[in-house]
Write a protein that binds this ligand. Structure first.
Ligand code: SF4
Length: 68
């Protein structure tokens, strides 16, 4: 499983970083999400889905492994 983030949408609310700190961070400089692990694997699926639901601006999406 892969994850992508839309930096145009991201407002730096940091919910993703709190839910999944091994996958997401937020830059103090730009106040935008930093994707620490774009390919977190199946075992992280529930955490990623929680982060997707938790992002108030819907900036996170799950990408199928065969997509770019
Ligand atoms: S929860 Fe959404 S808006 Fe907030 S930092 Fe993460 S991706 Fe950006």
């Amino acid at each position: 499983m892969k994850v992508s983030v839309d930096l145009q949408r991201c407002k730096g609310y940091a919910a993703c970083m709190i839910i999944a700190p091994s996958i997401f961070d937020v830059s103090e400089e730009t106040n935008k999400v930093i994707l620490l692990n774009a390919n977190p694997g199946e075992e992280a699926r529930s955490m990623v889905e929680e982060a997707i639901r938790g992002c108030p601006v819907k900036a996170i999406s799950r990408v199928a492994d065969d997509e770019k």
